[in-house]
Design a protein around this ligand. Structure first.
Ligand SMILES: [Zn+2]
Length: 70
């Protein structure tokens, strides 16, 4: 057994993962949902895009550009 899981950070943006005060910090296999969601949305994952768009509208993703916008 390893030591109990300590703070882990996103490999991409260094955000603290699973931070209860950060809705985009969910652990997606070592990266945060903030990064993974945006990447999946850009790759055409409709479900991820729907989530990301909602988060953008809620003000959680300032500066995000909807990949389906011309
Ligand atoms: Zn990240």
């Amino acid at each position: 057994m390893k030591n109990s899981k300590k703070h882990e950070y996103c490999q991409i943006c260094r955000r603290l993962l699973d931070n209860p005060r950060d809705p985009l910090s969910g652990d997606c296999g070592g990266d945060c949902w903030g990064c993974i969601g945006a990447i999946e949305a850009e790759m055409g994952n409709a479900q991820s895009l729907a989530y990301v768009r909602k988060e953008y509208e809620a003000g959680l993703r300032p500066g995000w550009i909807d990949p389906s916008t011309p």
